[in-house]
Design a protein around this ligand. Structure first.
Ligand code: R1P
Ligand code: HPA
Length: 284
């Protein structure tokens, strides 16, 4: 099943956000080392080989990594002086069915478990990011709303999502006039690729989830384990049906449509967030 027809599959490393300029695709000049077996659990050497290869192909030394959710890959277009690599050219990256003054590395599309990738493969890029020198990970995703408007609920999130980044994002939302539609809540990852049944949706909502999607949790966990600061942003693309009389049906095309419609807003927010991160660039 391929629920991600927008198929991008690029890793982009670049600096400064605006003005947005894509300088074309970087093609590797050296033959990449052999891809480590994706059946076995990757070891430090496997991550290192991939990181070394990327570092050998670009002068950029990113401190920030961004993983773009479904339909949100245009965030990468905001990077200028880009070096872009097809996932298939990067040793050790699984083949995916899809993919501001600060140097960033940006994944246009992620690997999902429902595509048949193991947790090791889904999280492989995050450890590579760590070895590239990344300190902050920004994850975005498309998600369905379980709560009817997030309302005033702010459940504890046990510190995985960085408090300072959340505060900074809230300040930025205020200054951009986004506060009325950007809220904090609990994202729950399910396996997918099926969307939730009504019973499942009610169950998740009762458990305290505000939004549901099929990604992100593994990458966040690994990034946190690596000592990165993490900021997560879910674009609410649809209402999850929780009423047996509701005949509305969610579909991936609809999710992508809303993602595309809102991508500029999301890009503005992430770009502003990156520009205000307290980090210094350095290049090779
Ligand atoms: O989480 P991202 O990759 O944004 O994609 C979301 O959108 C797809 C469903 O439409 C699922 O893959 C879900 O996880
Ligand atoms: O409603 C949803 N459920 C699960 N994943 C999703 N990704 C976007 N919307 C949804």
């Amino acid at each position: 099943m391929d629920p991600t027809p927008e198929s991008i599959g690029d890793l982009t490393v670049g600096g400064a956000p605006l003005p947005c300029q894509r300088l074309g695709e970087h093609r590797p000049t050296q033959t990449p080392p052999p891809t480590p077996s994706l059946v076995k659990t990757p070891h430090h050497d496997d991550y290192q080989k991939t990181a070394d290869w990327i570092l050998s192909q670009t002068q950029h030394r990113p401190k920030v990594a961004i993983i773009c959710g479904s339909g949100l890959g245009m965030l990468a277009d905001a990077l200028k002086l880009q070096d872009s690599f097809h996932y298939s050219d990067i040793p050790g990256f699984p083949q995916s069915t899809e993919l501001k003054g600060k140097t960033c590395v940006c994944m246009q599309g992620r690997f999902h478990m429902y595509e048949g990738h193991s947790l090791c493969k889904v999280t492989f890029p995050v450890r590579v990011f760590k070895l590239l020198g990344v300190e902050t990970l920004i994850v975005t995703n498309a998600a369905g709303a379980l709560a009817d408007g997030f309302g005033p609920r702010f459940p504890p999130m046990s510190g995985v999502y960085d408090k300072d980044l959340r505060r900074l994002a809230k300040d930025i939302c205020k200054s951009l006039g986004y506060s009325q539609f950007v809220q904090e809540g609990v994202y729950c990852m399910v396996g997918g690729p099926n969307f939730e049944s009504i019973a499942e949706a009610r169950f998740l909502h009762k458990l305290g989830a505000d939004a549901v999607g099929m990604s992100t949790a593994p990458e966040v966990l690994v990034a946190s384990h690596c000592g990165m600061k993490v900021f997560g942003l879910s674009l609410i693309t649809n209402k999850v049906v929780k009423d047996y009389d509701d005949t509305e049906k969610v579909n991936h095309e609809g999710v992508l449509g809303v993602s595309k419609m809102r991508s500029e807003t999301l890009q503005t927010l992430v770009t502003e967030l990156v520009s205000r991160l307290d980090i210094n660039n350095n290049t090779a």
